[in-house]
Design a protein around this ligand. Structure first.
Ligand code: ATP
Ligand code: DP6
Length: 331
């Protein structure tokens, strides 16, 4: 038996991906950019084992058996095995044996699954990386992780990562690329305020399909807004300019949720707690006359807060005062 265990962190998009031009290959209608969290925070841990006694491939997600025939899971397995076969044909005998075995995959998220906290990103990045290690496959793996879940390709790298949308129909140029490494902006802090750990009603995949079909705002965003924002965001990150970084992050999150509202029928991911957090952040920044805190919301009500180290304690105190424990269900 051969067994490998790996971990992969969640990434939080500050320029959001929303909408595909190819559903099967998972090719996006716009580029996106994210910050990958540290390995010791929100993460997936996956163990993959290959054994000659396993009669079939199987997967367990958070302790419960899941559907191994899920097309996205099958795409990742097929692509990694294809690369492994290529390696075998170039003379690597160790791989031959394992390629004849079935695999068991066991994956655990240390945070809520399918609650808008990018579990599919960490989950598929971890799956692809673990399988690659099992089969001794190396090289550009973001293209395979992308076929599990679009946002997963960005979790293949640490630090600040862009997913370049690409132009080719076969998706070979739709890849993740590190913009700056993990240690680039050590003062940057990310806090997650969990407004609800419930599974969301409209998943990202289905939600963005409806948006592509019905939202004129999404088309405008992809064609005329995101290209400029990608450039501005990369510059803000390179210069460690929090004012620019924070404002772009909030504006992009707001526009993403505006496209959800522009979708027909509309999709609501934010709830009253999210709206109160947005108000709190803007009041805090207005008080200081500068952007000291920024928020971003994925496809769910949970807030991701970006700030710099000296601001953390004061802001956390304000959140605690605004959402006392007895107000139940709040962060
Ligand atoms: N550890 C994992 N291993 C494999 N697949 C996973 C894992 N975690 C989540 N997934 C898959 O991802 C799905 C959830 O993805 P979905 O996009 O709906 O939510 P999310 O990723 O938590 O939120 P969002 O992408 O909006 O931030 C799960 O139903 C499961 O199929
Ligand atoms: C709002 C988002 O988090 C949407 C993520 O969508 P997914 O990557 O989960 O969607 P699929 O490609 O269909 O699996 C924004 C982002 O992470 O860029």
């Amino acid at each position: 038996m051969k067994k490998v265990t790996c971990t992969a962190p969640v990434n939080i998009a500050v320029i959001k991906y929303w909408g595909k031009r190819n559903e099967e290959l998972i090719l996006p209608i716009n580029s996106s950019l994210s910050v990958t969290l540290h390995q010791d925070q929100l993460k997936t841990t996956t163990t993959v084992a290959a054994n000659r006694d396993f009669p079939e491939d199987r997967i367990w997600l958070n302790g419960k058996e899941d559907n191994i025939n899920h097309p996205r899971l099958q795409s990742c397995l097929r692509e990694i095995r294809r690369l492994a076969r290529k390696r075998r044909s170039s003379g690597d005998d160790n791989i031959s044996k394992i390629l004849n075995y079935k695999v068991h995959i066991c994956s655990v998220n240390n945070f809520p699954t399918a609650a808008g906290l990018a579990s599919s990103a960490a989950g598929y990045a971890c799956l692809v990386y673990s399988l690659a290690r099992l089969y001794g496959v190396e090289g550009e793996l973001s293209e395979i992780a992308r076929q599990g879940s679009g946002s997963a390709c960005r979790s293949m790298y640490g630090g600040f990562v862009q997913w370049i949308m690409g132009e080719r129909e076969d998706g070979k140029d739709s890849l993740a690329q590190q913009v700056e490494p993990e240690n680039h902006w050590p003062e940057l802090r990310i806090l997650i305020l969990v407004a609800s750990a419930e599974k969301k009603h409209v998943g990202s995949t289905a939600g963005m399909q409806t948006s592509v079909k019905t939202s004129p705002l999404l088309k405008h965003r992809a064609e005329s807004v995101v290209p400029g924002r990608m450039e501005e965001m990369i510059e803000a990150i390179k210069k460690k300019d929090f004012e620019a970084f924070g404002q772009l992050t909030m504006k992009d999150s707001n526009q993403f949720h505006a496209t959800c509202l522009d979708t027909y029928p509309p999709i609501f991911y934010l709830n009253q707690v999210s709206q109160r957090i947005i108000g709190l952040v803007h009041r805090y920044n207005a008080y200081y006359g500068t952007t000291k805190i920024a928020y971003s919301f994925d496809a769910g009500p949970n807030a991701v807060i970006f700030t710099l180290d000296p601001t953390v304690n004061e802001f956390v105190e304000i959140v605690k005062r605004s959402f006392p424990p007895e107000s139940n269900g709040d962060p």
